[in-house]
Ligand binder design. Structure first.
Ligand SMILES: [Zn+2]
Length: 215
């Protein structure tokens, strides 16, 4: 983020400690050499020379990328919702435009977009950034958008004992835009409604109105 010439007086060590994100998902079980060997095989299989200069470091780079993209595979996203606060507030809480990048499990191509999470508390609220943490972590697995949407809704409903949960996800799938039918600009929308937002049409249209409001 900051360039070398705008370095603060903090030492290198302090800097790296400062930027460690203790909540970021990690997956130490990823077998990097195995991915590297596989990527070399793919390159050879498509007719490339994995030993030419430009490709020499590609397998290692791809291995690290997969480790990052799938870092949420072995972690439990519900831990982000463990700390809740008791609040009298009983109106809708909505966090819109949580951006995410996930990997379509059918093609191992990215799909990127935004998630919107609304819930109706029943005496318990959670830090707003924690909802973004949940999306981030659930996204970092081989995924389909439908499951991502439902998983987030189920986690929020169960962990917060929310009276209602609405999750809407909109994203663009690389496997739709760059291969196959090649439809750039196509948007995939999914939603998961729980509790009162599923059962009561009036509450549902209220929450969808908030999610879709132009502002
Ligand atoms: Zn796909």
């Amino acid at each position: 983020m900051s360039g070398a010439n705008e370095r603060s007086p903090r030492s290198e060590v302090a800097d790296s400690t400062f930027f460690v994100d203790r909540n970021a998902p990690t997956n130490d079980e990823v077998d990097l050499p195995k991915i590297e060997a596989a990527v070399r095989n793919i390159l050879a299989a498509v007719g490339e020379d994995p030993d030419r200069e430009g490709l020499l470091e590609t397998p290692a780079r791809v291995a690290r990328m997969y480790a990052e993209m799938f870092a949420g595979l072995k972690s439990d996203p519900s831990r982000h919702l463990a700390k809740v606060f008791t609040e009298e507030y009983d109106e809708i809480v909505l966090v819109r435009d949580i951006s995410f990048c996930s990997m379509c499990e059918h093609h191992l191509l990215p799909f990127t977009g935004k998630a919107h999470i609304a819930y109706l508390p029943s005496g318990k609220v959670v830090g707003l950034s924690k909802l973004a943490r949940v999306v981030e972590e659930v996204a970092r697995r081989p995924q389909v958008q439908e499951r991502l949407t439902q998983t987030v809704a189920d986690l929020v409903e169960s962990r917060l004992s929310a009276r209602g949960v609405a999750v809407v996800v909109e994203s663009t799938h690389s496997c739709m835009t760059m291969r196959g039918v090649r439809k750039p600009g196509s948007l995939c929308l999914t939603s998961a409604m729980r509790g009162i937002f599923r059962d009561d049409p009036k509450s549902r249209s209220e929450v969808l109105g908030l999610i879709n409001r132009q502002s």
